[in-house]
Design a protein around this ligand. Structure first.
Ligand SMILES: *Cc1c(COP(=O)(O)O)cnc(C)c1O
Length: 227
């Protein structure tokens, strides 16, 4: 199947669900991204700042970019002017930097941010615990921020084919979302996203309430190098 066919396939699969597709274009060329763009897709994800900056220059500016990889504070300034959503917010300090840079660029729209929660068992280097997310939202510093909007949570499940385990992790993320919503965002309709599910597990994630799936190889084919 071509990239365009894959986009149409996902459009069809997600029709009548509350779920949207972030097409993860990391390692793939602007030409390949344009194939998805020409099939009507406008929502893309990258995991590295430099790669995003390089590609964005070459591509139409009505693309909404989501950063989905770990973000170092000193790189926020390179994307703060135009980034739609940063899915990988994993500390208060990072969020403060995002807010500061968005303010410097005098953005008319806040930067959408999602709290990355660690849901896989061990090795995952990034992401907060639920309690850390709570502490962030309770902080004075967070309350003073005017240039970020927290739109939901993001999680990366364990790389496994164990369906029960994947479901447990997705359910846990959904619970985290619901608890945060009930505690901090009950009056805020912008807090409504659960980003979970990738090429190998997106169907389970949608069944468990995902609102954003992040699919790379399932659209663009296998990557030559993976990160
Ligand atoms: C690469 C990546 C994806 C997409 O992975 P695929 O298995 O190619 O669909 C999703 N989320 C994150 C955070 C990624 O880094």
């Amino acid at each position: 199947m071509s990239i365009a066919d894959n986009i149409l396939y996902f459009d069809e699969q997600l029709r009548n669900t509350p779920c949207r597709l972030v097409a993860v274009s990391k390692t793939h060329s602007p030409e390949k991204i344009m194939e998805a763009y020409n099939a009507g897709h406008r929502l893309f994800g990258e995991n590295k700042v430099q790669e995003l900056v390089d590609k964005r220059d070459l591509l139409p500016h009505d693309i909404a970019w989501h950063l989905i990889g770990h973000l170092q504070r000193n790189k926020v300034k390179y994307i703060a002017q135009y980034i739609d959503t940063i899915q990988s917010v994993d500390s208060l300090k990072l969020l403060q930097e995002i807010n500061k840079r968005a303010e410097q660029f005098a953005r008319t729209l806040p930067i959408n941010c999602m709290l990355q929660i660690s849901i896989a068992d061990e090795e995952t280097k990034y992401g907060m615990t639920y309690d850390e997310a709570v502490a962030l939202l309770q902080s004075e510093e967070y309350r003073k921020m005017n240039y970020v909007s927290i739109t939901g949570v993001m999680g990366i499940a364990t790389n496994t084919e164990d369906e029960q385990k994947l479901r447990q992790e997705f359910r846990y993320l959904r619970e985290c979302f619901q608890n945060l919503k009930d505690t901090f965002f009950f009056a805020s309709d912008y807090f409504n996203e659960i980003s979970m599910g990738m090429t190998s597990d997106w169907q389970l994630a949608v069944a468990e309430g995902s609102t954003i799936i992040r699919v790379g190889s399932g659209i663009f084919g296998t990557r030559n190098y993976s990160k």
